[in-house]
Design a protein around this ligand. Structure first.
Ligand code: HQG
Length: 183
């Protein structure tokens, strides 16, 4: 498979494993897992069939490691980014002093009022890498990077989680923990 094919399958899997499993008539358990063989069978029945080898390639090659198998590869799930209600079962951990959030300048006015909200997702997504934050924000428009005082939040009792693929997750970032750029 070339990168384009991998990307196409990844996009469809994101749709199924994060947002709309019903499209191929499959159900996730409460932690977001589906049976690997059932996924392959349901994909086939819905004319999106891929082989186990292709699925393994997508899991391994996906540019953000969006999907993960359990140990014996009998189950698969998306590591983050869901809109369906579930509990991924990550333990709360202590974040670094600062984390980044990349967003678009057009959202700033609203963020200044309410802080960062999770919107359609389960969590607000934060990253340790500036480059990741730039990419994430750039998807929405003219990018702007916000610095979040995550350790201080944690000390005040806010929970932080880190997904299997290294995305930092929290429920809400109140305005007072966000360093806004001057302009
Ligand atoms: C913004 C991708 C106005 C927030 C990425 C963001 C990430 C507000 C947008 C993952 C707001 C939501 C998540 C407020 C937040 N007023 N706008 N109060 N609070 N926002 O896509 O963080 O490719 O749901 O700044 O790599 O951009 O899917 O979240 O711009 O990890 O694997 O509302 O999605 O991963 O947008 O991205 P999103 P996000 P995947």
């Amino acid at each position: 498979m070339n990168n384009k094919e991998i990307r196409k399958i990844s996009k469809f899997l994101s749709l199924i494993l994060r947002h709309k499993p019903e499209i191929i008539d499959i159900q996730m358990d409460e932690q977001g897992w589906v049976k690997t063989d059932e996924l392959l069978e349901k994909l086939r029945l819905h004319h999106r069939g891929i082989s186990l080898e292709q699925l393994k390639t997508v899991v391994a090659e996906n540019n953000k490691k969006r999907f993960a198998f359990n140990e014996d590869e009998s189950l698969i799930r998306a590591s983050q980014g869901h809109s369906v209600q579930l509990d991924l079962g990550y333990d709360a951990v202590t974040p670094p002093e600062f984390l980044y959030h990349g967003t678009a300048t057009r959202f700033l006015e609203s963020i200044r009022k309410t802080g960062l909200e999770k919107r359609g997702r389960h969590h607000v997504h934060l990253s340790q890498e500036l480059s990741t934050a730039k990419n994430v924000g750039g998807r929405h428009g003219k990018v702007i990077i916000l610095n979040i005082r995550s350790l201080e939040m944690h000390q005040k009792g806010f929970d932080f989680f880190v997904s299997e693929n290294g995305v930092w997750l929290t429920d809400h970032v109140p305005v007072e923990y966000i360093a806004f750029p001057d302009k």
